[in-house]
Design a binder for this molecule. Structure first.
Ligand code: G1P
Length: 273
């Protein structure tokens, strides 16, 4: 039922300068794979085959990554290195990729609205590649969507001292068996003493397409940017947002600390296999 996944990938990645001066942050590798490839794999695992990527200036490497490199293929054909391209080749053959550019950086809500042209009038997933997840979280969320048929956000409990790094939600538990909450309030990056809870939104969403109309009249919020959290609050007030406490691990690869943890985790996991 969810066929498309939107990847907002226009941000500057300033926390990773100078590495992100000429390289998109989505292309930073954890082991040998760029972050965005993990994201595309997660979407595919959820049965999604259309990848809609919102890029910006300096992000061409993303398009090249999800394309065939004839020169490279020619060079390594028949050598021991050839199998290293098998995984990405298979991935490319299973998905389609479309791109649009965000010309001004006006926030995550604005980036999602920029993607409307690629999504159209259907529910869709949103995946922020710098939240690297290990356990098919989008697949879990698609199941939750099939049950409730409204917008779904993935949440995680975080230490109260960190509320100012995330969108924070409040809600009522509706089903203990699948850890779902009906959202009643949402605030973008509140100070700890103003946060309605310690339940943080992580970078996985399933959105119903009416979000685009809402985003068109959403005023700039935190940081002067158009926030998806504020647009979702409008849906939440009508009882149309479910928060889902996902099962699995998430690494904040937008921070150096999270990136190092992810690298160690995936390295150790590979060693165990
Ligand atoms: C965005 C959202 C925020 C959410 C976070 C998850 O913030 O605005 O609500 O909690 O993603 O990663 P950003 O990290 O882009 O500043």
């Amino acid at each position: 039922m969810i066929n498309k996944c939107l990847f907002p990938a226009a941000g500057y990645g300033t926390r990773f300068l100078p590495a992100t001066k000429a390289t998109p942050k989505e292309m930073l590798p954890v082991l040998t794979k760029p972050l965005i490839q993990y994201g595309v794999e997660e979407a595919l695992d959820a049965g999604i085959t259309t990848m809609a990527i919102v890029t910006g200036r300096g992000k061409r490497a993303i398009e090249d990554h999800f394309d065939i490199s004839y020169e490279l293929e020619h060079q390594i054909k028949g050598t021991s290195k050839e199998p290293l391209l098998d995984e990405i080749r298979t991935l490319i053959s299973q998905c389609t990729f479309s791109y649009t550019r965000q010309t001004e950086m006006k926030g995550l809500g604005h980036a999602i609205l920029t993607g409307e042209t690629l999504i159209g009038n259907e529910p869709f997933a949103v995946l922020l590649a710098d939240d690297l997840c290990d356990n098919a979280i989008l697949k879990q969320m698609v199941k939750v969507y099939e049950k409730y048929e409204c917008s779904i956000i993935a949440i995680e409990e975080i230490p109260t001292s960190q509320t100012d790094r995330y969108g924070i939600v409040a809600g009522h538990l509706i089903d203990n068996s699948d850890d779902t909450y009906r959202v009643t309030d949402m605030v973008e990056k509140p100070a700890p003493d103003e946060a309605p809870s310690n339940m943080a939104i992580i970078g996985r969403y399933i959105l119903t397409p009416d979000i685009f109309e809402i985003l068109k009249h959403t005023k700039p919020g935190k940081g002067g940017e158009i926030q998806i959290t504020d647009a979702l609050l409008e849906q939440a007030r009508k009882g149309k947002v479910i928060a889902y406490k996902f099962k699995g691990k998430r690494f904040d690869c937008g921070s150096v600390e999270g990136f190092v943890k992810a690298t160690n985790y995936f390295f150790n996991k590979g060693e165990e296999q």
